[in-house]
Design a protein around this ligand. Sequence first.
Ligand code: ZN
Ligand code: ZN
Length: 134
Amino acid sequence: MRTAHFGAALVIRTAVRSRLKTKGGKPLIITEVFNCPECTKPLRRIRGGANGPFWGCTGHPGCKVTLPDQGGKPGQRKAAQLSNYPCGKCGAALVFKQKKGKGGYAFWGCSQFSKGCRTTYPDKAGKPVLSTAK
Ligand SMILES: [Zn+2]
Ligand SMILES: [Zn+2]
């Protein structure tokens, strides 16, 4: 019996703790640890980004994962939509990306960028130009 409940008890405790944080309307100080979806190192909340607070990985600069802040917790990652186009170097799926701002452009990058594959392809009408890897 005890062993059967061991795992479940841990999960419940985490859930109760996170519910306490949002009780009373005001965001409380966060003691909960959120882990990076990429490298599993703890995330930390960074105040005063250009668009307000956000979450960054403590594995920075090795890991460049950032998450938006949602009510004091890391929110959903900006949808990095994996395409069906494979990276010519490592075979992982390519991701459509857009550089914003002045001179912004669209391109395709390898989804393994954070793991070291820096392959990118120019975009042509919504498709990667696979013959011109950079
Ligand atoms: Zn990380
Ligand atoms: Zn790649």
